[in-house]
Design a protein around this ligand. Structure first.
Ligand code: FMN
Length: 167
């Protein structure tokens, strides 16, 4: 299988991959980027992610809402299709879902991406975070607090920085 992951165009320690229809997840991504900045961790937000643009040595943070009846937002669908062909054995990732628990398909898009990443051999380095916008009307606060806790208490910051040097 041919991997397209070798052709990275820029180098960041964290690739933030966003799926959003109405913009809420973009705010979340901005808050996460600010948090990484505050820990001096380089990062890049992808609003239309393409595998060829992603640094395979980086930690990938997939961050998506769910729309329709458990569907992926439009801007992350082609990335999801690319994942189905990809060789991701050395990829480390985090996942954050935004959803509304009044739907049976709560955070289904994030769960779908999580499943795909695992099927392709990638390693999830923290438990996924699923934010229920019904109870957290400002999801970026919830996401930034989660990330801050992980970076602080679980020393995720040095794990991410070390991965850049020793993939
Ligand atoms: C038409 C529509 C369908 C939705 N379907 C789901 C769903 O199936 N599961 C879920 O957990 N949330 C669902 N949601 C809630 C969104 O995921 C939630 O509002 C999220 O914050 C939107 O983020 P975005 O602005 O980044 O797209 C739906 C929202 C809308 C407007």
């Amino acid at each position: 299988m041919v991997s397209r992951l070798d052709i990275g165009k820029h180098v960041s320690a964290v690739e933030i991959i966003v799926g959003s229809m109405l913009g809420a997840t973009e705010y979340v991504a901005d808050a996460l980027a600010e948090k990484f900045d505050s820990y001096d961790i380089s990062n890049h937000i992808h609003l239309n992610a393409d595998l060829a643009d992603l640094n395979p040595q980086a930690t990938w943070l997939l961050c998506t809402s769910t729309h329709g009846a458990g569907d992926l937002p439009d801007n992350i669908q082609s990335f999801s299709a690319q994942l189905q062909q990809a060789e991701l054995a050395h990829i480390r990732y985090l996942i954050i879902g935004l959803g509304d628990s009044s739907y049976d398909t709560f955070c289904e898009a994030a769960k779908t991406l999580h499943r795909l990443m695992q099927e392709r051999g990638a390693q999830c380095i923290q438990e996924p975070l699923f934010i229920d916008v019904l109870h957290h009307p400002i999801p970026e606060e919830e996401a930034a607090a989660w990330l801050d806790k992980k970076l602080k208490e679980e020393d995720l910051a040095s794990a991410i920085k070390n991965a850049e040097v020793n993939p």
